[in-house]
Design a protein around this ligand. Sequence first.
Ligand code: FAD
Length: 392
Amino acid sequence: MSTQRREAGRALVVGAGVAGLSTALRLHRGGWEVLVVEKAPGSRSGGTWISFRGVGYQAAGRLGILPQLVEAQLPWEDIHMLDTAGRLRVVWPAAAQLALMNEPTLHIPRGKIADILLDALNGEVKVEYGTTVSGIAQDAGGVDCVLSNGVRERFDLVVGADGVNSVVRELVFGPEAEFRADFGDLLALYNVERNPVDTGVEHLMSGVGRMVAVSRLGDSFSVLFLWTSTDLRSDLATDLSTSVRRRFEDLGWAVPALLKEVEAVSSAYYGPVSQVKMDTWSQGRVVLVGDAAWCTGFYAGYGASLAVGGAVLLGDVLERHPGDLAGALREWEAGFRPVALKVQAQARRGRGSFFLPPSEFAITLRTIFLRIAGNAVTTRLLRLFMGVRSPK
Ligand SMILES: Cc1cc2nc3c(=O)[nH]c(=O)nc-3n(C[C@H](O)[C@H](O)[C@H](O)COP(=O)(O)OP(=O)(O)OC[C@H]3O[C@@H](n4cnc5c(N)ncnc54)[C@H](O)[C@@H]3O)c2cc1C
């Protein structure tokens, strides 16, 4: 990759999540002058562990950040799957989880990926925190942007990497409701310093339409509540602690303690689980990447991998087609859309088979699959059942 500056043009990247930071890094390496704006006041490094693999793993290698990611990975842990009374249904061994992936896979906190990307920018790309874009108007020669800090600037390219509720999408492509398809589920994820379960192992408790998981992330822990809402609008209109309590307060085990703790949580990743479906990811000089363009929803566990893969491919095609933005974006979409669509389909399958089984029978089926997981045949079956396969 070229390391010359500026000759490719000026790019604004909106959002400093995994997609925005990988795009910024790849464009910077490709000779773009890049400005990143991020709405949050500082780097958002929360989240639970994810399986980083496939197109993301390969792209991370090309970005030169694989050694740092490998160093930051966590050991895979056995997952103790519990019923809603807190009784052990099955232990899903770490080795069986890894075998399911069938390709190099890092078990890594989502926040570490963002941290590593930010480090790789090495201060050479400006990241303006507490800032968003409030106006975008483009003509054949460039894009005029109004930033929330009052600055007006012209760019050759604007990349919306501002997640599922993208403001760039809203400003350029249309209202969110046209593109966002909700599963009807809510996800709340936050990090704590102390293990709220105090047993040292990873736990996943689930009943029909709801799940609680507590995971170790090195020195800290993540807590995840996931549930199918009976009234999404009303759940979203209330605060996190009330809506979680409403859905989980009848459960035993560590749940009462977790519900007490959730009241004090200062920052959570909380909202409906959705997919984003768009016929095109670009308009003129404005392009969307990551969840803003193709959010697959939590269930494929592949969002960060897709974000890095899509961002690096975008940088590649722009480098291959200097002066032909439309051609570059066409090639990018033709190459990456089938990948993103496959992952969206996998997410829909993974939701019912693993995360939120729709009935007690489906939970029993999942338990049986996990109990027999481990040998080559059952691992293959489980891969099909859960829809876990990196798209090619
Ligand atoms: C704090 C956090 C924790 C997460 N935890 C998990 C997890 O545990 N498991 C999982 O599967 N996925 C998690 N995700 C989602 C996951 O990171 C994404 O699905 C995937 O990495 C694709 O990333 P993205 O950069 O496209 O979107 P995101 O990760 O959502 O990043 C978008 C970024 O844009 C910023 N932004 C939003 N609106 C604006 C705006 N108007 N102007 C400027 N900036 C804006 C956001 O603050 C955010 O930093 C988490 C996301 C966040 C932000």
